[in-house]
Design a protein around this ligand. Structure first.
Ligand SMILES: NC(=O)c1ccc[n+]([C@@H]2O[C@H](COP(=O)([O-])OP(=O)(O)OC[C@H]3O[C@@H](n4cnc5c(N)ncnc54)[C@H](OP(=O)(O)O)[C@@H]3O)[C@@H](O)[C@H]2O)c1
Length: 244
């Protein structure tokens, strides 16, 4: 399947590194113009230089309401990959208020407001747009030291379904991608711990981590015309973790 997105404008949050960066590259390679959002200007500059002229860097924080206003003002947005997110693994009884607020604010509140701004833009232009939320397998199951992260990704699954139902009348499709562990700057420190790595591999029946390309392929499918009847869906890229 080759997705053709010529002429479409996509916005990817958390596009400086990891999964978001690869999504931005994949969308640009399919012909889309891409607005790439992250805080580190150097990461975005490297990305923009890499994909000849089709990626515009927006150094910004997704928790900042100035960004939400800027997204809402985009005249022709048709794709949002709502990817920025983070985790601070802690035992439930040790979760401190600052970490709780940090993860809730980034993974839930900012994701909601970015999606709201994107949909306002799509509704204003009458675009039958496409939203992909970056969830996680942890939006479907629980796991040790991940109460806050699991809570936020379950929230993303709820947001996906409710947005899909409400916005279907406007032709806007809303789905999520729910990967298992992928080695990125976010997870490398966790996966460097041999005991944790063994636990993770033991939980994945297919016996390997997801690759960034596995996740990008799911995003590219969901934004393509091939997925025209798919909305409110969570596409698990988990090697069977959640099937057990
Ligand atoms: N890696 C995995 O195993 C895995 C598995 C399932 C789901 N996910 C989900 O996939 C998404 C991306 O994960 P990743 O592993 O690619 O993370 P990553 O390697 O840590 O990259 C995160 C990106 O988001 C940006 N970002 C972080 N906070 C931001 C903020 N407040 N405003 C704007 N940009 C921000 C970072 O750049 P700056 O710091 O420069 O802003 C970076 O470009 C997350 O939602 C994560 O929950 C990851």
């Amino acid at each position: 399947m080759t997705t053709q997105l010529s002429g479409q404008l996509a916005l990817v949050t958390g596009a400086g590194r990891g999964i978001g960066r690869a999504c931005a590259e994949g969308l640009a390679a399919a012909g889309a113009r891409v607005v790439a959002v992250a805080r580190s200007e150097s990461d975005l500059a490297a990305l923009a230089a890499h994909e000849s002229g089709r990626i515009e860097a927006w150094p910004a924080d997704v928790t900042d309401d100035g960004l939400w206003a800027r997204i809402e003002a985009l005249p022709d947005l048709s794709i949002l990959v709502n990817n920025a997110g983070g985790n601070r693994p802690q035992a439930f009884v040790d979760v401190d208020p600052e970490s709780l607020d940090f993860v809730l604010d980034l993974n839930v509140r900012a994701a909601f407001r970015v999606a709201q701004a994107a949909v306002r833009s799509m509704l204003a232009s009458g675009t039958r747009g496409n939203i992909v939320h970056m969830s996680s397998q942890m939006g479907h199951v629980g796991s040790p030291k991940r109460t806050v992260y699991c809570m936020t990704k379950h929230a993303i699954e709820g947001l996906t379904k409710a947005m899909a139902v409400e916005l279907a009348a406007n032709g806007i499709r809303v789905n999520s991608v729910a990967p298992t562990f992928v080695e990125t700057p976010l997870t490398k420190p966790m996966l460097d711990d041999p005991e944790f790595r063994e636990f993770v591999f033991g939980m994945i029946p297919l016996g390997r981590l997801a690759s960034i390309d596995d996740v990008v392929a799911a995003v590219m499918y969901l934004v393509s015309a091939d997925a025209g009847m798919v909305t409110g869906h969570s596409l698990k890229i988990d090697g069977g973790w959640t099937a057990q």
